[in-house]
Design a protein around this ligand. Sequence first.
Ligand code: A3P
Length: 279
Amino acid sequence: LYSPKPGDLHFTYKGVLYPTVLCCPETFQKLEGFEAREDDVVMVAYPKCGMNWLTFILNEIVFLSAKKPQSPDIPVIEFGTPEKLERINKQPSPRVLTTHLHHDNIPSSFFKNKVKKLVLFRNPKDAAVSYFHFHNNNPKLPSFSSWDEFFQQFISGKVFYGCYFKYMLAWNNYVDDDDVLIVTYEDMKKNLVAGVKQIAEFFGLPLTQEQIQEIADKSTFQNMKANYQETHGQFGQFLFRKGDVGDWKNHFSPAQSREIDAKFKECLGGTNLEAKLKY
Ligand code: A3P
């Protein structure tokens, strides 16, 4: 097992790069035997696709529908020490569990036990811009000297959690599975009420129209940003940046935009997922 040395900013596990500030190899190894439950409320998303937003919504749905208070633990299963996993193992159902892991590195029990998985995607151009600012604003992560430098690393997959295009492609064979719901950041922005309703119904957690509206009101970008101290502490200051669709237009050169389009076509051209996402 690889042990990062003091001062190492990242380590590699199964060929993918991870930040030592958030993850450790011992937890990854322990995760392989993790037992997911049939009624776990699971979300999968590549970094910067809006995972904290949807985690907030999932917690609210579970709180209102199943009357279960939020757990104090960070629900990202691969973050933190193996002891955190011990605590998650003891949590009552339904648990909200999230992960940034590539499909093939998610513990097998999440598939074997037919656990329902919400899979969240975001336009790769906006995800890249968000990722760049997150690196440069968060002092705990390595920073980049320029957008152009980050762009090169992103498109060649040399970023934490690896190549986003391969990450997306790995879900292509599962888009129509009963236990998978594909949701996009863009659709959630377009109609938050419809998104909350669809997600609650998918997980079989019934809500009234008033409760759906209440969750949608609480989870707008403006409201979540205004309350970040309470909900996310200091980490929130790096998280709620712009919350827009299309900020990539303020960063990408025309050539970079064409390069991402070509990469997307090369990896996802002609697939079910491409038809579903329309990026
Ligand atoms: P930007 O950097 O483009 O603003 P993640 O949670 O996966 O790290 O994703 C972070 C991105 O989600 C950030 O994008 C952040 O602003 C956006 N985000 C967070 N809360 C949001 C909300 N309530 N509505 C819309 N976007 C939100």
